[in-house]
Design a protein around this ligand. Structure first.
Ligand code: NAD
Ligand code: IPM
Ligand code: MN
Length: 365
């Protein structure tokens, strides 16, 4: 299998965690005889500083010419006073729009070993396995008009969706649900917003194509609570852009750390892969970042862009094994460290690679 992967590491901990994800992918390539070609380009704050724009033209060109894009994270405190269209985050939104992927898959899987790390009781989180399908190209993020009118002291954004935009992401969510536990929860605010009423009506229409999947609707406020009270009840959770952003970070509480969460954006010209977390300026450059979310994002590249299911599963089970063996980054430790070994970002990456190797060698014998 040949794959051309563009790495846009970005800011803060982005470069630290993508380095480990790329190293894991290189290990997979070496063990399986695959040809993965990696190129690197700038995005975000680092591109603002060096190129004067958060998404340089050559980055976009290289992205469109690859089979997959792996993005670390963008953003930094030094850019906080800039308007939205000048910030590092604008580069991320521009590359998402240009690559065209509208279905952002954010799996939140509660590894048993990390249950103690969740503030929720182990019996609540153990076995939770939720797949968020977040619509990524519509809603408040892209709706127009949008403006901060300084003279009138008003500002507005527009939450807009078309029926087709909802139907296409709903179809992906239903297809995924039909291959999982066959339950889909659609999240909206249909008691208040017209755009949510359109969302709900469209989801119900698409549901008719998938009679094997059970559908339920939840209001986003109640859903925020249900997720914490009974995360195991949810299988696929379909949401619009902003609700999905918020609920997927909330699901970090189920998994024990934001640093555990991967994502894959599909449905467009080129799939985009990003860990869910941001640039974490508070811990950047210190070797404290958890690379597992980025490494698990690498597994999603293998699954969704490479069709390499066994190799993707090997990374996922290596992550599980490393946790079983008591290895942790600092975010995965809460209180008692007895029996645990706390590792740096690089050490954790190396530990996963070692274990991936064991897994794949065992498979080939
Ligand atoms: P954040 O996700 O960067 O960090 C939130 C908290 O989680 C911090 O305490 C951080 O230390 C911790 N954390 C995050 N990832 C971690 C990891 N891998 N290992 C250990 N701890 C981790 O969110 P924030 O602080 O709200 O935002 C910081 C910047 O990142 C902002 O500029 C924001 O816009 C940007 N951001 C970018 C992306 C992206 O590029 N995909 C996503 C979210 C936020
Ligand atoms: C995410 C981030 C981004 C989003 C920001 C940085 C634009 O929070 O990927 O979750 O809101 O989509
Ligand atoms: Mn987010």
């Amino acid at each position: 299998m040949k794959l051309k992967i563009l790495v846009t590491a970005g800011d803060g901990i982005g470069p630290e965690v993508t380095t480990e994800a790329v190293a894991a992918l290189k290990e997979i390539a070496a063990l399986g005889g695959h040809e993965f070609a990696f190129a690197e380009k700038r995005i975000g704050g680092v591109a603002i500083v060096q190129d004067g724009t958060p998404l340089p033209a050559d980055t976009l060109e290289a992205a469109l010419a690859s089979d997959a894009v792996l993005l670390g994270a963008v953003g930094g405190n030094e850019f906080n006073s800039l308007p939205p269209d000048k910030r590092p985050e604008a580069g991320l939104l521009q590359i998402r729009a240009a690559l065209g992927g509208f279905a952002n898959l954010r799996p939140a899987f509660a590894f048993k070993e990390l249950a103690v790390n969740s503030p929720l009781k182990a019996e609540i989180v153990d076995g939770a396995d939720v797949l968020f399908v977040r619509e990524l190209l519509g809603g408040l993020y892209f709706g127009r008009p949008r403006e901060w009118n300084q003279s009138s002291g008003e500002a507005w954004n527009t939450m807009r969706y078309t029926r087709d935009e909802v139907a296409r992401v709903a179809r992906i969510a239903f297809e995924l649900a039909s291959k999982r536990r066959k339950k889909l929860t659609s999240v909206d605010k249909a008691n208040v917003l017209e755009v949510s009423q359109l969302w709900r009506a469209t989801v119900n229409e698409v549901a008719k194509e998938f009679p094997g999947v059970t559908v339920e609707h939840q209001y986003v406020d109640a859903m925020a609570m249900h997720l914490m009270n009974r995360p195991r009840d949810f299988d696929v959770v379909l949401t619009e852009n902003l609700f999905g952003d918020i609920l997927s970070d909330e699901s970090a509480v189920i998994t024990g750390s934001l640093g555990m969460l991967p994502s894959a954006t599909i449905g467009g010209k080129v799939n985009l892969y990003e860990p869910v977390h941001g640039s974490a300026p508070d811990i950047a450059g210190k070797g404290l970042a958890n690379p597992l979310g980025a490494i698990l994002t690498g597994a999603l590249i293998l699954r969704h862009s490479g069709g390499l299911e066994a190799e993707a599963a090997a990374i996922e089970s290596a992550v599980r094994k490393v946790l079983e063996r008591g290895f942790r980054t600092p975010d995965l430790v809460r209180g008692n460290t007895q029996g645990l070994t706390v590792l740096s970002t690089k050490e954790m990456g190396a530990k996963v690679r070692e274990t991936v190797k064991e897994k794949l060698l065992a498979l080939s014998h």
